[in-house]
Design a binder for this molecule. Structure first.
Ligand code: GDP
Length: 305
């Protein structure tokens, strides 16, 4: 189910609540069931949906009790529909807002940003998008390609960087990504670059090898921020994937890609819950400028239609 379908299903359920001649707990339960089914179909993680349902029920009940209304009596239907909508909105916002201030680069020093994520997630594309974002804002920005695993990775980064007029470092012959990353970062630090973005490999035969390489690169470049890049269209796979990366490395921020396609939004919610890190941007296309800042409330509003 795409974002707009979730919105229409949730809104239909809430309209049913508003239109009902009487609203009691039974109806509220049925509506919540429908909302939760819609969220599950949008790839929101099963456990999160269960929690959300419990939280909404308690919020709505607390309001009703606070108003001094006997539980057996009918609840003021308009108030309940409104409270339910607000509670759904608040709960979903809470899910994409870990309450952690996003990392920000500091002027006048080298800020090393390391990208991690599986191959195909959009890492290399997003590296250049973010580099271009900082470049346009006047930061002295450079890119380092430490992906020696995928043939063509350096070429891709080189072409993107050249188009965006961003200095880059990489090699066609060096096969040690740790050495490459270390050299590239040292070179750009010596040249007083302020933002140094390191692209890493996303595929290995063994996940363990990928994570070991990631940790070694992090050891060599000492990143100020690690950005986990995740494909927004992977559905329920988002939770285990984000969890695995967070366990292997100190993820600080998230970028969700391909939000222009068939992403349903649930993957983004799972990634935040699994890493307790904020989403800083979302990718909305293949072009270099297709990168949008992320804010929880507008994202959820859009999700609910
Ligand atoms: P990497 O293997 O993680 O480095 O992934 P790439 O950067 O090579 O991206 C994989 C594919 O996803 C490429 O075809 C990109 O053009 C595409 N891609 C990346 N980000 C987005 C996005 O936000 N939207 C869309 N539609 N495609 C994207």
């Amino acid at each position: 189910m795409v974002l707009s379908e979730l919105g229409s299903r949730v809104n239909k359920a809430l309209r049913q609540l508003a239109d009902a001649p009487v609203v009691d707990e039974q109806l509220l339960d049925a509506i919540l069931r429908e909302i939760c089914a819609a969220l599950l179909a949008s790839d929101v993680n099963v456990k999160l949906v269960q929690n959300l349902r419990t939280n909404i029920k308690s919020v709505v009940n607390i309001r009703e009790l606070a108003a001094g209304i006997n539980k057996k009596r009918l609840i003021q239907k308009a108030g309940t529909a409104r409270a339910s909508m607000d509670a759904v909105m608040d709960e979903l916002c809470r899910l994409v807002d870990p309450g952690v201030e996003a990392w920000k680069p500091k002027k006048g020093r080298a800020n090393v940003i390391m990208f991690v994520g599986l191959q195909g997630s959009g890492k290399t594309t997003t590296c250049t998008k973010l580099a271009s974002h900082y470049h346009r804002k006047g930061w002295k920005t450079a890119l380092v390609c430490a992906d020696t695993f995928r043939a063509g990775a350096f070429d891709q980064l080189r072409q993107n960087a050249t188009k965006a007029r961003i200095p880059y470092y990489g090699s066609y012959s060096e096969s040690d990504p740790v050495q490459l990353a270390g050299e590239g970062v040292a070179k750009f630090k010596a040249e007083r670059f302020e933002i140094i973005i390191v692209d890493t490999s996303g595929r290995h035969k063994q996940e363990g090898e990928l994570f070991a390489e990631m940790q070694q690169i992090a050891g060599a470049v000492q990143p100020d921020n690690v950005i986990f890049v995740m494909d927004g269209t992977i559905g329920q796979a988002a939770d285990p994937q984000a969890r695995a990366f967070k366990e292997a490395i100190d993820v600080g921020s998230i970028i969700i890609t391909k939000m222009d396609g068939h992403a349903k939004g649930g993957g983004a919610i799972s990634a935040v819950a699994a890493t307790q890190s904020p989403i800083i941007f979302v990718g909305t296309g293949e072009h270099i400028h297709d990168l949008e800042r992320f804010a929880p409330r507008p994202f959820i509003s859009k999700m609910l239609g």
